[in-house]
Write a protein of this length. Structure first.
Length: 83
């Protein structure tokens, strides 16, 4: 579903869905947008995810945060947008 929406240009320029070895049904979906400062585009992608059935709050974390080793921890959020 995520791959098809990306292919159909409904999401960013790339995406991936995590696989894990646990029995947990939870997965991480990464959607890559062209500009972390283009809030209109980010919200358009977020709305597309909503239309695909994603109901939980969606954090948006920049590549810079990832490259700098910044990850969420108890009481600490590193996402630029969270809604």
């Amino acid at each position: 579903m995520i791959a098809q929406a990306t292919f159909d240009n409904l999401l960013g320029f790339g995406s991936k869905v995590s696989t894990n070895m646990s029995n947990s049904p939870n997965k991480v979906i990464c959607v890559y947008t062209y500009d972390a400062n283009d809030e209109d585009d980010i919200m358009k992608v977020r709305e597309s995810l909503r239309q695909l059935g994603i109901k939980k709050k969606i954090p948006y974390k920049t590549n810079d945060a990832t490259l700098n080793g910044q990850y969420a921890a108890e009481g600490k959020r590193v996402s630029k947008y969270y809604c």
